[in-house]
Design a protein around this ligand. Structure first.
Ligand SMILES: *Cc1c(COP(=O)(O)O)cnc(C)c1O
Length: 369
């Protein structure tokens, strides 16, 4: 691409909605007014037209191949974000039984809070097996101390706590279906889908645009929803309707498909996983090598997608944020629950951007330490 047409893209470390690959946005731009020579945009066609169905089928088959999803799993492209799944999961799977939940941070706690609404109505029981709260969610309680139920319908956890920067890399070993929130780490590293009963992820972190949530559910977990589960949240119904019980988020779905194409061009999940590891190692090394920056998370649980860090002197936080923004490094403010800074380094954030951030951090330390 010539210098004249290379678009200016600012390094963006937003936690979500987050960076989308430039090539994907360019492709969407090129098709915006005239998609496949039809003189209409994707946004303007019926979700039931065969042209649009072709987009959804391709997106699903790309995702299946990227994640190596076995045939006995259904893939759904729904709305309401990951947060609505916090409610949909008990509505589909609790059914007057018990469910185990692991608490490792803000997002797993939100899932627990929603599930407990049904327990309050007497429609099942929610058992929190352990909580990392004592450690301020910088560590995961040891699994031999978990208070597991004998008869849980499922075990829920969050694989990557986006706010705390805490990631569980190995799926917990339990005897019941594992339900996992992978909103901020889906497609970041290879995983074995067959270890899970259900994986779900809002799209706006590592896939693309907001408005879409992906649910990958093992087929034997369908057909268990409560009668009064709202139709749009009923996974069995959505599976029968190919995620089109009502009008889906058509444009977000299309963009997700373009991101899957892009990821395949990068060499797939294994290749991007290696770059993600490099990016994370570089940042954590910079933090650990200094007395000026700190990350409190236990080393084996440090997220490769969200890297929170604090300054030894928090009165410099504001200066750090002002100067980093001036240097063209965007959205480094930490979540209010944790404070300090956070760099979200999803798939679309390049190693080069992380190198620029690290250079800035080292210069800032020299100036103010
Ligand atoms: C962002 C996020 C959510 C919430 O996603 P919404 O799509 O806004 O509902 C849930 N879980 C995790 C781990 C997240 O990072």
């Amino acid at each position: 691409m010539s210098e004249h047409t290379a678009p200016h893209r600012t390094p963006n470390f937003s936690a979500g909605p987050a960076t989308i690959p430039t090539e994907v946005l360019q492709r969407a731009q090129s098709e915006m007014l005239d998609w496949q020579g039809r003189g209409v945009s994707v946004m303007e066609v019926s979700h039931r037209s065969k042209e649009y169905i072709a987009i959804t089928e391709k997106a699903e088959s790309k995702l299946r191949s990227l994640m190596d999803i076995p045939d006995n799993y259904k893939v759904l492209f729904l709305q309401g974000g990951a947060s609505l799944q916090f409610s949909a999961i008990p509505l589909n799977l609790l059914n007057n039984g018990r469910a185990d939940y692991l608490s490792t941070g803000t997002w797993s706690d939100k899932a627990i809070k929603e599930a407990k609404r049904y327990a309050k109505l007497g429609l099942g029981e929610v058992n929190v097996v352990a909580s990392g709260k004592q450690s301020n969610f910088t560590d995961v309680p040891a699994s031999d101390e978990w208070n597991l139920s004998d008869d849980a319908k499922y075990f829920h956890y969050c694989a990557n706590e986006t706010i705390h920067g805490l990631q569980i890399f190995e799926p917990p070993k339990v005897d019941v279906p594992l339900i996992v929130d992978m909103s901020s780490n889906i497609l970041s590293q290879p995983i074995d889908v067959s270890k899970f009963g259900m994986i779900y992820a809002g799209a706006q972190k590592n896939i693309g645009p907001a408005g879409l949530v992906i649910v990958i559910i093992r087929k034997d977990l369908l057909n268990q929803a409560s009668d009064w589960c709202p139709l749009l949240m009923n996974y069995t119904h959505q599976a029968e309707k190919e995620s089109m019980s009502n009008t889906p988020a058509t444009y977000s779905w299309y963009l997700a498909g373009l991101v899957f194409d892009w990821l395949e061009e990068q060499g797939g999940v294994e290749a991007i996983g290696k770059i993600n590891q490099q990016k994370a190692d570089l940042l954590y090394q910079t933090i650990d090598d200094s007395n000026f920056y700190n990350n409190p998370v236990a080393k084996q649980y440090r997220s490769i997608m969200n890297v929170p860090f604090t300054l030894a002197d928090d009165s410099l936080d504001k200066v750090f944020l002002e100067e980093s923004e001036k240097a063209g490094l965007l959205h480094l403010k930490g979540h209010r629950d944790v404070g300090g800074m956070r760099a979200s380094i999803y798939n679309a954030v390049s190693l080069e951007w992380v190198e620029q951030l690290v250079d800035f951090m080292q210069d800032f330390e020299k100036k103010y330490a």
